[in-house]
Design a protein around this ligand. Structure first.
Ligand code: ZN
Length: 272
């Protein structure tokens, strides 16, 4: 599933090419997670502004015509194409511009493109409400993490995944950050000490920074807007490595299931 680094990689690969382009057409395929909520005709002629990201959402401003909030769901990817190939069975949104075609391909259709008048206005504001801090926001640190975890009985891994404290620590990155910080993923969140919260905040940022530098993670089908795959999966320390030796201590990496998601960790390096 595309996580924050993959969405940011998509944004970076797209923003410069599409900024300033004029919308010349819009095609909807099969229904996505939410309806567009606008008449496509009303968006023709609008000029695309600077693409922004919040959590796993991209916001494509359309000058004086509001903007489009895009989410890649479980399996979506955005491509910016110079040519306009015929839509395939999984291509469910096309934004034609005078600079090229922005196409959302999404086999499982959990992704969405939603029109909104502005980021601060419903329905967009409602979709973004409840998101935690951005990981590279200077307000995200050990003190913030420690304060927000206080009293929570849920396992630390699930507290990270929830995304209401900090966004971006999806399944792979939560596993990797907990390994880097030496924290057992089953530790009750409220029992994380302040020094360990400091280490975890640093680790979350470091892992996401590495993932961005690697162009994201491609487990199955993630590609940036020019079709380039990510390579972070090659440097994962624990994720997807059940039974293989820990790269730090040699103990066998374990896999458990938490909240229906696989968690990978080293039982020797990561402490309760
Ligand atoms: Zn280890």
């Amino acid at each position: 599933m595309p996580e924050l680094p993959e969405v940011e990689v998509t944004r970076r690969s797209l923003a410069g090419a599409i900024q300033g382009a004029r919308v010349t057409g819009l095609r909807l395929g099969k229904p996505l997670r939410w309806p567009l909520g606008a008449d496509p005709e009303a968006l023709l002629g609008a000029r695309v502004g600077e693409v922004q990201r919040r959590g796993k959402y991209l916001w494509l401003p359309l000058e004086d015509r509001g903007g489009l909030l895009m989410h890649l769901g479980m399996s979506g990817s955005l491509a910016f194409l110079g040519a306009t190939p015929a839509a395939g069975p999984h291509d469910h949104f096309d934004l034609h511009t005078d600079r090229g075609l922005l196409r959302l391909t999404d086999p499982r259709r959990f992704g969405a493109v939603v029109w909104g008048a502005a980021l601060e206005v419903s329905p967009v504001a409602g979709l973004l409400a409840g998101l935690g801090l951005e990981p590279f926001d200077e307000r995200f640190d050990g003190a913030h993490l420690h304060a927000r975890l206080r009293g929570r009985r849920v396992a630390i891994k699930q507290a990270l995944l929830a995304g209401d404290i900090v966004v971006g620590a999806g399944n792979i990155y939560a596993c990797e950050a907990l390994f880097m910080a030496g924290i057992d993923p089953r530790l009750p969140a409220g029992r994380l000490s302040r020094p360990r919260a400091d280490r975890l905040a640093v680790a979350v940022r470091a892992v996401l920074g590495q993932a961005l530098a690697a162009g994201g993670t491609t487990l199955r089908d993630f590609r940036d807007a020019h079709g380039v795959a990510g390579s972070f999966q090659m440097q994962a320390q624990v994720y997807g490595r059940e039974g293989q030796p820990c790269r730090r201590c040699g103990a066998a990496v374990r896999r458990i299931v938490q909240g229906a998601r696989s968690t990978f960790f080293c039982p020797a390096c990561q402490k309760r």
